[in-house]
Design a protein around this ligand. Structure first.
Ligand SMILES: [Zn+2]
Length: 598
């Protein structure tokens, strides 16, 4: 038994999630966590909404609401989306909690004390008429790289390059059009080069990472530069230093605070559990948590934050960069065990884009289709190791041909036949080699499928589980228990159905991490009682330190099925089953494509 941290990328709270967002890391991290719990590990799965930074402030300004109001709105929407998908977070929180602020400031303070945060003078923009600082987002001008004439002071939306406002050609204030003046201003920078050696040593010891992630991360080390961790902005975590903490125009940069969320969410979870120090079992590099494993799930555009920057923060906090130092009051902290990055999902051949309406939001999807239909598609055809395309035609085909005609049909016909002929799970009389062979295939699946999920090869894993399903369907066709009707054939009919039902039960357990909603139903169809696949719930909680209340996603996942074959008990009553999966009409494809075309 290990302590396993599942650290899932933080969705940015500026809009609802589309299926591209959840297919890369949302669903895969849940599959992994569910499997690890079933296999007996103590899993802590945490994340939350990332709510600071310029884009949320800009959008809030445009809508005439406060940044906090905008973040509140989308925090709730995202919590509901993830709940609808059945993602089993131990805690899904947010970055605007007081607990998060305190943890971010503790890391900042210790890094500064250890010498890894340096002050630098840079050029900042000021309004000549008011004398006020002009945040980067309020400055517009021509991009020096691509010539786009409405580039923002922090980024060009045309070429995607990060900019500093003083690089803009013909800069102007978006508030009143005047030309800003650039004056010297102070900001704090993280001394990333001081961690190059320590991170390099750590990367050298990594095993099992996807090779592209490791290579990409190593290359980043060749050109590490100090990175700004504060910004001219009023929306964010205040800088915890004398002379700075009360300033309204300087905040900690959103990337610095968001990545610390993994730690602050773990601490919040522990405080809410009544055991405030329990987070150490997943984090402490010296005490309880020194053998813990930490898996980080994200899209490939976020690798740098998890394989270089977050390790740098953890090393600096623990006093383990070039400048040494002492650990902060939380003690030495564990670095990630593995950075599990996914590739991108496109939609009908195009990049997802809310503004161009190339999108399907999770909530719209779940209004029309079942969560497990999407979870199945993501598992078998998601962007695990290649960019992949979501098409409605493929979604309908996989749902109908594989989920409904393969797995659903096996469940339905085996339980129907047993219910009709026996009214209960029949007894086994004598097993033939064919029976033994099928039972063995299902039993072997636990090792095969489990090992693949543990290695983040979920596509192969569900493929193995579906092979068991295919074998069982073939067995039923070969044995044709519906023909074994005479009195002397009855014991054989019972045996065949009992074998088939046992394999249904085993296959259902193998599929539980992927398809938890339907796994609960199949479990109940087989006469099971209680929780087979635990589900998250949304709870409105008080901020632990006096801030406003907010919704979290949480649950008790210690209950439910284990990763093993559980012998069915002959005589357990069975009723005629309702279909577990819904067949989709081909007309769905045209309807959805028409919606996309707007
Ligand atoms: Zn540009």
């Amino acid at each position: 038994m290990s302590h396993v941290l599942a650290a899932v990328a933080w969705p940015y709270a500026n809009g609802p999630r589309h299926i591209g967002h959840v297919s890369g890391f949302g669903v895969p991290s849940d599959v992994f966590s569910r499997y690890m719990r079933m296999a007996g590990h103590d899993v802590l799965m945490v994340s939350g909404t990332d709510e600071h930074g310029t884009p949320i402030q800009v959008q809030a300004d445009a809508e005439g609401v406060t940044a906090r109001e905008l973040a509140d709105r989308y925090n709730r929407v995202i919590v509901e989306d993830l709940h609808g998908l059945g993602l089993s977070y131990d805690l899904f929180t947010r970055t605007t909690t007081r607990n998060h602020y305190a943890v971010v400031q503790e890391l900042f303070t210790a890094l500064e004390r250890n010498g890894y945060i340096v002050k630098r003078t840079t050029l900042g923009a000021r309004s000549p008429s008011t004398g006020r600082t002009l945040p980067d987002r309020y400055i517009e001008g021509t991009c020096p790289i691509c010539g786009y004439d409405s580039a923002r002071g922090d980024q060009c939306d045309n070429c995607g390059n990060q900019l500093d406002p003083e690089q803009l050609i013909n800069p102007r204030s978006k508030i009143n059009g005047e030309t800003p003046e650039f004056v010297e201003t102070e900001h704090f920078f993280l001394d990333l080069p001081a961690f190059a050696e320590a991170i390099g040593n750590w990367l050298d010891q990594r095993e099992n990472w996807r090779p592209n992630v490791l290579k990409f991360s190593r290359n980043l080390l060749d050109d590490l530069q100090p990175r700004a961790i504060t910004r001219d902005l009023e929306w964010g975590v205040p800088i915890p230093l004398d002379g700075w903490r009360d300033r309204n125009d300087k905040r900690i940069y959103v990337w610095f605070d968001a990545v610390i969320g993994y730690l602050s969410a773990s601490i919040e979870w522990a405080r809410r559990s009544g055991e405030p120090e329990a987070w150490r079992k997943w984090w402490s590099a010296d005490g309880d948590g020194k053998d813990a494993l930490g898996y980080y799930f994200m899209g490939k555009d976020n690798i740098v934050f998890h394989s270089v920057i977050w390790p740098a923060l953890l090393l600096g906090y623990s006093g383990e960069g070039d400048k040494g130092g002492d650990p902060g009051e939380l003690g030495r902290l564990n670095l990630p065990t593995e950075v599990v990055s996914s590739e991108f999902l496109t939609m009908e051949g195009k990049k997802f884009s809310s503004s161009r309406r190339v999108v399907i939001y999770v909530r719209d999807f779940l209004e029309r289709y079942d969560a497990d239909a999407l979870r199945y598609f993501i598992a078998v055809a998601g962007p695990e190791s290649n960019d992949t395309d979501f098409t409605w035609a493929e979604f309908v085909r996989r749902n109908n041909d594989e989920l409904v005609a393969g797995w659903g049909n096996l469940v339905n016909r085996s339980i129907s036949l047993a219910a009709k002929n026996f009214g209960a799970i029949p007894a086994v009389s004598e097993l033939t080699p064919e029976d033994e062979a099928l039972l063995a295939v299902a039993r072997t699946g636990f090792a095969t499928v489990g090992e693949l999920i543990g290695k983040h090869r979920q596509k192969a894993a569900i493929g193995e589980a579906m092979k068991v399903v295919a074998e069982a369907n073939k067995y039923l066709s070969d044995q044709a228990p519906w023909k074994l009707k005479s009195e002397e054939q009855k014991p054989r009919q019972g045996t065949v159905l009992a074998v088939a039902l046992q394999v249904v039960s085993d296959a259902n357990t193998l599929l539980t991490p992927f398809l938890p909603h339907s796994a609960q139903k199949v479990f109940e169809l087989l006469g099971g009682e209680g929780v087979h696949a635990p589900m998250p719930s949304i709870e409105q909680v008080d901020d632990l330190d006096g801030g406003p209340s907010y919704p979290v996603l949480t649950g008790d996942y210690t209950i439910g099925a284990r990763w093993e074959s559980v012998p069915l008990v002959a005589g357990t009553p069975l009723a005629a089953p309702k279909p577990v999966f819904r067949k989709l009409e081909p007309s769905v494809i045209e309807e959805e494509l028409a919606r996309l075309a707007g």
